[in-house]
Design a protein around this ligand. Structure first.
Ligand code: MN
Length: 249
């Protein structure tokens, strides 16, 4: 199983979570929300098999922590994965929209200058903004849009721009999310949880909850659970073949 967008460092009991992830042999992309968190999380989990840590600056934090983009840019040479980055256009963060655009622009430009990265991207209520930024920086790498919730038209544009998608139980719970997933190219879909932020009912999602997404994907695709799992694993292997070589993490 693959959880390609998980805030592993934000689980209160992250060691226990990592231990079970190891036992169940789940691949986890541990996205971070600040460059400092990337350092700490890399120190803790950077050498754990199947756990990879992404260097991020969460768009919801950009209003207060935009100055940290300098440290992020300095660390890009050491990171193979960059995320969580992106733009959030929901009411609580709309006032920082133009700052968020500037910061994302700078990050994508830096990624491009180092040969591209695999990007885990947030685009809530800002899908067109994020796609504009990606269109402007085609060499920034391979963008995986996490929990994509744009319009069908924005989805078509994302597909055209070469984006991938990571989809989780919270997204697949609703009819709109399912319809979007049904329209995504199957060979560019990965599973995620966005735990512990994303929840199922009252409880935070854990990496092993991607099992639920696999069965929903099997339903949407009209294939067996085993086939859905095999497709996601082969997609994941294909995606990481785009990684730059000779990096430390
Ligand atoms: Mn997230």
């Amino acid at each position: 199983m693959i959880d390609f967008h998980c805030h592993l460092d934000l689980f209160p009991d992250y060691d226990a979570v990592a231990e079970r992830v190891g036992r169940e042999q789940i691949y986890v992309l541990a996205v971070t929300t600040t460059p400092m968190a990337w350092r700490g999380t890399t120190a803790a989990f950077g050498k754990v098999p199947r756990i990879r840590v992404a260097l991020g600056l969460h768009p919801e934090l950009v209003a207060e922590r935009h100055h940290e983009v300098d440290s992020l840019v300095q660390l890009i040479p050491e990171a193979r994965y960059v995320g969580e980055i992106g733009i959030d256009g929901s009411p609580a963060h709309r006032s920082s929209l133009s700052l968020q655009r500037t910061i994302l622009d700078r990050i994508l430009e830096a990624c491009a200058s180092y040969g591209g990265r695999i990007l885990s991207m947030h685009s809530r209520r800002a899908a067109s903004d994020v796609l504009d930024a990606l269109a402007k920086h085609p060499a920034a790498g391979v963008a995986v849009l996490h929990w994509f919730s744009g319009t069908r038209r924005e989805l078509d544009r994302a597909i055209e721009l070469g984006c991938w998608f990571s989809v989780g139980p919270a997204m697949l719970a609703g009819a709109k999310g399912r319809a979007l997933v049904g329209a995504m190219p199957r060979e560019r879909v990965l599973t995620e949880t966005d735990g512990p932020f994303a929840k199922l009912g009252d409880r935070p999602l854990f990496p092993w909850d991607v099992a639920a997404s696999e069965s929903t994907l099997a339903e949407i695709w009209g294939v067996t659970l085993a086939d859905a799992g095999a497709t996601i694993l082969s997609n994941f292997r294909h995606l990481i073949s785009f990684l730059p070589r000779n990096r430390r993490t």
